[in-house]
Structures are given as structure tokens and as C-alpha cells.
Design a protein around this ligand. Structure first.
Ligand code: AMP
Length: 397
């Protein structure tokens, strides 16, 4: 099946056109700065990457550009609109309602709108993408794939916060977890690699990128995850603080005379690796500073590794038996030193890594544990777009 995968942000539309049978990306692209003078980056059939400027008022116009581009003579990816057999949308928040991907209808649209309150930055543009597709391709089936759905299996004792129970009842304040599409994808790939059914696998999946989360998977299902009510909780991220003592928030608001919005910016945009290092949210830049002896760069990396280890430790205890610990996303796939330090000294717990194998896995999949290690240590590159395309196909068949 040929699936158009759409990921809409507030001023962007990312797409991949995927042939699910051979898991091939037919083409992909991105329109940025929607709302005025936009930039359209796409690939020609010969693989050449092209960037052009154009005026794009809204997501519907952006989608029309994408469709026109797919059918352009010079590209020739499709001869007719029917060749787009389905559309798969990334939707960040499915609330408590969606535990799997679903065919989009009016009721699903109303629910996505309802959950915008829980993800005000993400659900509205995701929904806009869906509405634009309805307008431009009214006969094409659309599927919503939720970032939260994989974590729907978490038991109450994992998803509840120890706040007055009425806030859960009144406002649905609970842990939802995110990056579910990525955690599910790498878990399925790991099961394939181990030659086991996913239902037999106990895993710890570490999605470490600019945003990061770690998930405990028992018998193929998420039973706990580090992100919570929002993607702010958990381990240290590029610009997000991860878990902190909530009392700090009130202390700083008073001391610095910050509004709620300003405090939110501090926690989401000025903290994490950037806040500690004062250099960058990008670990590659922090590594460069570290090589030059920058102490805060070192501290930022140490804090990141410590928070990863604390979560791995907690989930080892929760899971009891573990088949593999998996590293994925920008940092997880490329930063050998983070992987090595996250798993060092755990031989007593059944994890023995091979540093040379680890060094050889830069952006490549593979096993960097020793043959005698009880728990495998794996790099599994994530592919959220492919997972969305596959989910779309599974929903429609
Ligand atoms: P992501 O959000 O998954 O794109 O990951 C971004 C993070 O991965 C940044 O902190 C990057 O510094 C880090 N990273 C490290 N090495 C690489 C690499 N070779 N390619 C992309 N990201 C990398």
C-alpha cells in the first residue's frame, strides 16, 4: 500500500510517501514557515534535494503544494490521486480514549479536538492537517496514529500521580507518556532481532534525542514510561528540565517575578542540556566544548547520563527479567559515550557491554553486549514515519 504520512506542526508540514510492502520511502519533504513566505524542501526522483521559496497561507495550501509536487512531470511519483491509497497522521495526544491507531471519522476528529487542551501546541496543528486532507483528498481514507497510544497499557499504579484524586476525575491529570510510536517500533524490531514474539519480550527502550523518554515494556506492552502528563517529565532533554522538585517552580516564580508563561518557558525552553551547559541543546556542540575542558559541558553530560541510569535502574526493578536494553533516536543511535556510560558497571546485574562493538555502532543497528551478557544492549534506529505507514495499513486491512 502507498501511504502518505503527514506530520503537521504549527507552521510546518512534514511528509513521507511510503510503499509499505517493501518499507521504501518513495519520496519525502517538508514545508516550513507556513503562514507567509514558506520554504519547501523536497526530493526529486533522481534523489536531488531541492529547496524553493513560495507563499503558503495555511496547511491546506501547503498540502495542495505537496500533492502537486507528487504529481509533477519532473517528479512523476504519482499519475493520479488514487495512487495515494491512504493517509497516516501523527497525532500527539489521544487522551485516555485511544489505545491504538484508528480510522478517522467525525467522532475521532471531535476527540482529537477535545484533547487539544492536554497538548495545546501539538493537537491543533495535527487536527488541521487532518481537516486539510479531508478538503484536498476527500475520498482518501485517513488514519490517526497517536504518540500516547502505546502507553495506554500502563497500569493505574504507573499512570497516577499522588495528587488529590479529584484532579484526575475532573481534569484527567495523569501520566500519558509520549514517543509511543518510536518505542513500539524499536520494540517490534527488537523482537524480530531476538527471534521472539513481541508478547514474550521484556525490554527497556531509551529514545534519546532532543526530546527523550525511557519506557519499560513487559510482555510487549508499555508498563511505565518517563514522560508524564506532558513531555516535560522524566530525563534531562535538550532544553527541558525533566523531573525536578515542583517546589522549585514556586520559589523561582517568586524570586524572579516570573509569570506562569515565563516559568513554563524556563522549564521547557531554557533548561536541560542548554540550561546546564550554557552552550547548546545539541549534544554534539556540548561534546566539542567538553573536549576543550569546559566544566559545565561535562556537568550537562554527567547529569544526562545519571538520569538515564536512574530510569534504567528503576525499570530493571519493575521488570525483573529483561531481554534487552535498546538505544534509539539522535543521541541513542549516535552517541557511543552516552550508551557506554549509561550501562557501565552493571555486570552484577547481567549487563556486559563490548566497548569496541559499541564504538562501531554509530548510526547503525547492532548488538554491543558481549556473548555472555544476560541482557542484550542494542542500537535500533527508530523510524516513526514507517511505523505510522504500517499502522495505517494494519488499520485498513
Ligand atoms: P533527535 O531529536 O532524535 O534528532 O536527536 C537530536 C540529538 O541527537 C542532539 O542532541 C544531537 O546532538 C544528537 N546527535 C548526536 N550525534 C548525532 C548525529 N550524528 N546525528 C544527529 N543527531 C546526533
Amino acid at each position: 500500500m502507498k501511504v502518505l504520512v503527514i506530520n503537521c506542526g504549527s507552521s510546518s508540514l512534514k511528509y513521507q510517501f511510503i510503499q509499505t510492502e517493501n518499507e521504501a520511502v518513495i519520496t519525502k519533504g517538508l514545508i516550513e514557515k507556513i503562514g507567509g513566505d514558506a520554504e519547501f524542501t523536497f526530493c526529486r526522483k533522481n534523489g536531488e534535494k531541492v529547496k524553493k521559496n513560495l507563499s503558503v497561507k495555511n496547511h491546506t495550501e501547503a498540502l495542495k503544494e505537496v500533492i502537486a509536487n507528487l504529481g509533477e512531470k519532473a517528479n512523476g511519483f504519482i499519475n493520479s490521486l488514487d495512487e495515494i491509497e491512504a493517509i497516516g497522521h501523527r497525532v500527539v495526544h489521544g487522551g485516555e480514549e485511544f489505545y491504538k491507531s484508528v480510522l478517522i471519522n467525525d467522532q475521532v476528529i471531535a476527540s482529537i479536538e477535545k484533547f487539544s487542551e492536554l497538548a495545546p501546541l501539538h493537537n491543533p496543528p495535527n487536527l488541521q492537517g487532518i481537516l486539510s486532507c479531508r478538503e484536498v483528498l476527500p475520498n482518501t481514507k485517513q488514519v490517526a496514529v497517536f504518540d500516547t497510544a502505546f502507553h495506554h497499557s500502563m497500569p493505574e499504579k504507573s499512570f497516577m500521580y499522588a495528587l488529590p484524586y479529584e484532579y484526575y476525575e475532573k481534569y484527567l491529570v495523569r501520566r500519558y507518556g509520549f514517543h509511543g510510536t518510536s518505542h513500539r517500533y524499536v520494540a517490534l524490531k527488537t523482537a524480530e532481532f531476538l527471534g521472539k514474539k513481541i508478547e514474550e519480550c521484556n525490554l527497556i527502550t531509551c529514545h534519546l534525542g532532543n526530546g527523550s523518554s525511557i519506557t519499560a515494556i513487559k510482555n510487549g506492552k508499555s508498563i511505565d514510561t518517563s514522560m508524564g502528563f506532558t513531555p516535560l517529565e522524566g530525563i534531562i532533554m535538550g532544553t527541558r528540565c525533566g523531573s525536578i522538585d515542583p517546589a522549585i517552580i514556586f520559589f523561582l516564580m517568586k524570586k524572579e517575578n516570573l509569570s506562569a508563561k515565563q516559568m513554563d518557558d524556563v522549564l521547557n525552553k531554557k533548561s536541560g542540556l542548554l540550561g546546564i551547559s550554557g552552550i547548546s541543546n545539541d549534544l554534539r556542540e556540548i561534546d566539542q566544548a567538553l573536549d576543550q575542558g569546559n566544566k559545565r559541558a561535562l556537568l550537562a553530560k554527567e547529569l544526562l547520563i545519571r538520569s538515564i541510569r536512574k530510569h534504567i535502574g528503576a525499570y530493571m526493578v519493575e521488570l525483573g527479567r529483561i531481554d534487552a536494553i535498546i538505544f534509539t533516536a539522535g543521541i541513542g543511535e549516535n552517541e557511543c559515550s552516552v550508551r557506554e556510560k549509561s550501562l557501565s558497571g552493571l555486570e552484577e546485574f547481567g549487563i556486559k557491554i563490548d566497548p569496541q562493538k559499541n564504538e562501531s555502532l554509530k548510526g547503525k543497528p547492532g548488538d554491543f553486549s558481549t556473548p555472555e551478557s544476560k541482557i542484550k544492549a542494542l542500537v535500533v534506529p527508530t523510524n516513526e514515519e514507517l511505523m505510522i505507514a504500517l499502522e495505517t495499513q494494519w488499520v485498513l486491512h
